[in-house]
Write a protein that binds this ligand. Structure first.
Ligand SMILES: NC(=O)c1ccc[n+]([C@@H]2O[C@H](COP(=O)([O-])OP(=O)(O)OC[C@H]3O[C@@H](n4cnc5c(N)ncnc54)[C@H](OP(=O)(O)O)[C@@H]3O)[C@@H](O)[C@H]2O)c1
Length: 301
């Protein structure tokens, strides 16, 4: 199982990024080292963390313990909103590298647009541009940006992000934003690619609880047809769309399962049938509404 290699996407500055990666949001620190080690052993070559996930140390440790050379692994982290601003972001980058135990990074993302403090968001990106120019990071990008945020950022910096990482799963397929990214030469990376936000997010277990795409009959039907699991069907759908899924798991068997998607493909009708499950309703926060106060994250030192 899971012996294939991940395909890669070419970012707009010529850097190659593995198409699929391991996400570690909500991975408890004590489980993160093992998850990263196990993912790398199964063939993953991309790990997605963030300063705000509080597990950068464990990601670094898992990478070192994997025995795979650092240069073969694509490491992403993100600057949190409380660190926006030029000098603060430079400092936050140093802190992230120190925690990861790395001397350079592959991808640095601006974690959210901060609409009511967009100047600081732009300054954070300008700091990332300096890090890129110095060769301390190989590519830079954004996360949770709408087309309006992208345009404002590009207008003020003259630089096009390599990646926009956004909520994207069969119940929230982001057609418009995927197209906007593509038009600008930006790779769309999918967070909650198998709908984790609907099971684990703030709306789970409330009267606004969202459906779980893993148990949708359309997905289950294709899983039966291809003798794959619902998660594998959805992750394969992501690859067919040209998005970069970063599924999270701390369980070795699921980590292996989520990577084992390169020995089959979906027909274009099947891709369309999954895309037709879109509800237009996001499970996570609305990027237009977020601010540092929206999240219970204060001290990242
Ligand atoms: N940029 C952002 O603002 C942002 C926001 C959210 C997430 N992200 C990134 O995206 C990554 C993935 O998103 P996510 O963690 O929200 O959701 P997800 O990857 O769609 O789903 C993760 C959830 O599904 C479970 N799971 C994993 N594989 C499974 C399988 N094969 N079958 C059944 N259940 C499975 C996991 O539990 P177990 O661990 O118990 O297996 C976990 O509860 C994050 O880890 C993070 O790196 C970024």
């Amino acid at each position: 199982m899971a012996t294939a290699k991940s395909p890669v996407y070419n970012l707009n500055n010529g850097i190659e990024m593995p198409a699929i990666g391991l996400g570690v949001f909500r991975s408890e620190p004590e489980k993160t080292v093992g998850a990263v080690r196990s993912a790398i052993a199964k063939g993953y070559r991309l790990v997605d963390t963030a300063a705000a996930y509080m597990n950068e140390e464990q990601v670094g440790e898992g990478i070192r313990e994997s025995g795979v050379p650092r240069a073969e692994i694509f490491v992403t982290t993100k600057v949190w909103m409380t660190d926006y601003g030029y000098e603060k972001t430079l400092h936050a980058f140093d802190r992230s590298l120190r925690k990861l135990g790395l001397d350079s990074l592959d991808l640095y993302l601006i974690h959210w647009p901060y609409p009511s403090a967009f100047e600081a968001t732009i300054d954070a990106y300008k700091a990332a541009m300096k890090l890129l120019a110095e060769g301390r990071v190989r590519a830079i990008g954004v996360s949770n940006f709408g087309a309006n945020h992208l345009d404002k950022l590009i207008e003020h910096t003259g630089h096009i992000p390599a990646v926009n990482q956004v909520e994207l799963h069969p119940f929230f397929i982001q057609s418009g934003l995927r197209e906007a990214n593509e038009k600008r030469g930006i790779i769309t990376q999918a967070w909650s690619p198998i709908g984790g936000i609907n099971r684990d997010g703030a709306k789970a277990n409330t009267s606004k609880a969202m459906h779980d795409p893993l148990s949708h009959p359309t997905v289950v039907q294709f899983a039966t047809k291809y003798a794959k699991t619902p998660a594998q069907i959805i992750l394969r759908w992501q690859i067919e769309l040209g998005t970069s899924p970063i599924p999270k798991s701390v369980r070795p068997e699921r980590i292996a399962e989520n990577f084992d998607i390169f020995d089959f493909s979906l027909t274009s009708d099947e891709v369309q049938a999954i895309s037709a499950l879109d509800t237009g309703e996001r499970g996570g926060p609305d990027p237009e509404q977020v601010s540092a106060q929206s999240f219970p994250i204060t001290n990242l030192d």
